[in-house]
Design a protein around this ligand. Sequence first.
Ligand code: GDP
Length: 300
Amino acid sequence: MITVLSGGTGTPKLLRGLRRRLSDPELAVIVNTGEDCWLQGNHLSPDIDTVLYLFAGLLNTETWWGIRGDTFVTHELAHDLGVDAFIAVGDRDRAVHIHRAELLREGRTLTEATAALAAALGVEAQILPMTDAPYMSHVRTPEGLLHFQEYWVRHRAQLPITGVVRLPPGRPAATGAALAAIREADGVVLGPSNPVTSIGPILECRGVAEALEEAFVVAVSPFIGDQPISGPAGALMVAQGLEPTSLGVSRLYAEFCDVFVQDVRDPVEVPGAVRADTLMVDEARSEALADVVLELVRSR
Ligand code: GDP
């Protein structure tokens, strides 16, 4: 079994390739929940949804969020009604958020709610929230402390950031299922996701770092030079006092990373890193990078 730590864009592209080489039951994905939020009474778990939809064959891979071909009738009417619906949620996507919210209100854990959704969507991979406790990323900006979704979606990352804070304070416990998936894996992959707001929260969950130290860990960089391939990872790394390059990412993961993979084009030298084409612009590139990662695990 291969266990992958994932956010909602870069790592799902690698999962797309891994699925072409392994059967879904051979994959476990520990997913960041630090971007979760409640909106109009419904529960959004953006990274879990992206991974769920990928495995269910529903994902819109133009945007890497939402359901392919979804409509936005409810969102548009909500907007007309004056609802502060700052995230455009598709109609079918919304059904998932409604159902998850119902399950949580009935007292199910996020792990149980995710398993129920996965089963209903015919997903055979294990999709595991990092924790069942709330643990949300917020950013410090001149407008105050904003939930990551407020910063990223409402403000389109156009505000300067001076720090990242997780709320509520204190590290939550990782779920037993997530820790078991690390312990039982032949190899663990820290995918090319945002190190500060996607992989970072997972690493902070109690038990994860200790479990990773015992595991064979391959990390893939989301940076080429001083730029991430997409998204706000650069500004977030700087706000956290980290160098916004593959070197900065490799230092963050140094404690438990056995092999670090960086792009062939990356001008920044990470000592001991394996070079590969990490730019997964299509399925073939996702597959080729998956082959590199699986070969590293096999030859450990
Ligand atoms: P989020 O949850 O939507 O923020 O998404 P992730 O954290 O999973 O992914 C965002 C990160 O993915 C960014 O830092 C990007 O640099 C990285 N990324 C996106 N596409 C690729 C790609 O094709 N290759 C690599 N190596 N990184 C990528």
